[in-house]
Ligand binder design. Structure first.
Ligand SMILES: [Zn+2]
Length: 322
């Protein structure tokens, strides 16, 4: 008698569940096409399944009438099966500190470089589409230096990339965070007024309560926001006036960079910021299975080739196809 498996709730259940190719297909297509399969080329819903090949067939005549569930997602062109991709996504979505390419390499039996590329594609899926509207209520804004390593970089290139990004080889990440709500974080070029204030205006509803430290770049926001400043030279908290939630976000982020991702290059830092923001924005009480399901829905319409990832044409040697 066939046993009908429920959706997995733990990593172990996920590995077992997604070892079955039909479960992979059904899980992903149900999230990608909640109202029935739609042809990615022509938009028709008149689509059949070729069960033996796990391919869909659009009944309208046109090129690419046969398509796989991977087409038009971060998995497109990947020779790796969903039985590896989906547990990898479960791991990175569920672990509080992230998963390194070395851990993934050992867990899945793919090379470390392949695992590294997979993780970056998954981070692209994690990227916030920012369609949830602006932050409001009580919002903190803060920025921090990240001591990203400039290893493997030619001296000229290093000078070009690092100068003006905070000096001393550091990158700057800025965040706006709604208390009890979401965070928006990104790598910024400078800590100058125009850059930080543009980020506040882009992400925070006017008239919200806004809390920052005494950095001069935040001066002038009080015309649009109920802006209050905590001068860290004097105190870290004054009643409601603090940026402790941002501080906590930075400390978790830096711990994961130090402990898990030991050699992040500045060029890739924004992807780790996206990952950390995803984890923060989908934290408890959201269950692992819900967070994973949400991430699977976000794979559609996103592509990242290896060349795009490294920003160069000539580094392809040494990596197997992903
Ligand atoms: Zn079609």
């Amino acid at each position: 008698m066939d046993r009908v498996l429920d959706d997995p709730n733990t990593l172990q259940e996920a590995v077992v569940y997604f070892a079955d190719a039909d479960n992979c297909l059904n899980y992903l297509s149900a999230r990608r096409w909640p109202n029935g399969v739609v042809c990615p080329t022509c938009g028709s819903k008149n689509v059949g399944l070729i069960a033996s090949r796990r391919m869909f067939q659009c009944k309208t005549r046109h090129p690419k009438a046969q398509f796989s569930v991977k087409l038009g997602t971060i998995f497109e062109d990947s020779p790796l099966g969903l039985e590896k991709w989906l547990p990898a996504m479960w791991m990175i979505a569920s672990d509080r500190n992230g998963i390194s390419s070395w851990e993934l390499h050992r867990a899945l039996g793919v090379t470390q470089k392949t695992a590294w590329f997979m993780l970056h594609r998954i981070r692209l899926a994690m990227q916030d589409e920012q369609n949830g509207g602006k932050l409001s209520g009580e919002v903190e804004v803060d920025e921090t230096f990240i001591g990203a390593k400039a290893r493997n970089m030619h001296a000229d290139e290093r000078a070009k990339k690092i100068t003006g990004t905070g000096g001393q080889g550091k990158a700057i990440v800025a965040a706006v965070l709604e208390r009890g709500g979401k965070v928006r974080a990104k790598v910024v070029g400078t800590r100058r007024k125009h850059e930080l204030q543009a980020m506040v205006r882009e992400h925070v509803e006017p008239k919200s309560a806004l809390y920052s430290d005494a950095l001069k770049s935040y001066d002038g926001l009080s015309e649009e926001y109920a802006h209050q400043v905590i001068d860290h030279a004097q105190a870290y908290v004054n009643g409601n006036v603090h940026t402790n939630n941002c501080e906590n976000f930075w400390s978790v982020f830096k711990r994961s960079l130090k402990g898990t991702y030991v050699s992040v290059e500045p060029f890739h830092l924004f992807r780790y910021v996206d990952e950390q923001a995803f984890r923060y924005n989908n934290k408890l009480p959201m269950k692992d299975s819900e967070r994973f399901s949400y991430l699977v829905r976000k794979v559609v319409g996103k592509r990242l080739t290896y060349t795009e990832l490294i920003g160069k044409e000539d580094k392809k040697s040494g990596i197997e196809a992903v």
